[in-house]
Design a protein around this ligand. Structure first.
Ligand code: ADP
Ligand code: MG
Length: 256
């Protein structure tokens, strides 16, 4: 996926993304970090064809996103939004089955392939026992896994997640990050996610993109991006950046 000189505005007065260029590396986990309002969700929205930039273009396999038909694009990219909602009485399996919509048409429906994909998604996210449960009876961590299962049933090479760990306690945060990592290493799914926790970003990402005021400030490996100087510039916070054998790279905020 290739981004070229993207500029985007919600209101045609202020630019909310400014001249963004770069590549999303195939087979990698890329994490976008940056303060509130820096344009992270907007950038993810442009990459997922939700918003169309008024300048520049995004290409997938060499083809501009605007030239993809909706179903064709839905076979390439799946998104877990920051806030997801479904009717309270919806069952887990029913919701996951919506991931198969891009593969259905009024003329054909491959029920066998659909059932297989749903079974596989339930299994992968450890939700087989919950398949007939209603969504609202599940814990926050389980509900997040259901939304990921829906994207797995969609069989896409790209998965985008906007703050997938928000509202989860620390156990479920790591459970979810481990699942995302597994989807990347075992299935080769290219992941782009937004995280707030810098140490989680360091630990789970191949590439980090740091954003501020609608621009990319730096992109590279965690070690290249996470420095005291970058954190001060992007967040206005002083941090210690430490490295040791057991924990790898980590940061400790020490004040503003
Ligand atoms: P982040 O995800 O980094 O917190 P966003 O991408 O949501 O930031 O927002 C970037 C900027 O765009 C903010 O200034 C925000 O107020 C503005 N913005 C976001 N969504 C909309 C919208 N639907 N309409 C108008 N402005 C928006
Ligand atoms: Mg956001």
């Amino acid at each position: 996926m290739e981004l070229k000189d993207i500029t985007f505005s919600y209101d045609h007065k202020n630019n909310h993304l400014i001249n963004i260029s770069g590549e999303i590396d195939l087979g990698k986990i890329t994490t976008i970090i940056g303060p509130n309002g820096s344009g992270k969700s907007t950038l993810l929205g442009v990459l997922s064809k939700h918003y169309t930039p008024y300048k520049g273009s995004v290409r997938l396999d060499g083809k501009r996103l605007v030239d993809f038909k909706p179903k064709e694009f839905a076979k390439k990219v799946a998104v877990v939004h920051q806030k997801n909602s479904a009717p309270a009485d919806m069952t887990v399996e029913k919701l996951i089955s919506y991931g198969r919509l891009p593969y259905r048409s009024i003329f054909s429906q491959n029920k066998k392939a659909d059932a297989k994909a749903i079974e596989w998604a339930l299994n992968k996210t450890n939700l087989l026992a919950k398949r007939n449960h209603q969504l609202h009876t599940l814990s926050g961590g389980e509900q997040q896994r259901v939304w990921i299962a829906l994207t797995l049933a969609q069989h896409t090479p790209f998965l985008f997640l906007d703050e997938p760990t928000t509202y989860l306690d620390i156990y479920y945060q790591y459970e979810l990050l481990e699942l995302i990592k597994e989807l990347n290493t075992e299935l080769g799914i290219t992941i782009v996610m937004i995280l707030h926790d810098i140490n989680q970003a360091i630990r789970y990402s191949d590439i980090i993109i740091a954003m501020k005021d609608g621009q990319i400030v730096r992109k590279g490996t965690p070690k290249q991006v996470i420095t005291n100087e970058l954190m001060k510039k992007v967040y206005g916070v002083n941090v210690l950046v430490k490295e040791d054998e057991d924990t790898g790279l980590y940061t400790i905020p020490i004040g503003i």
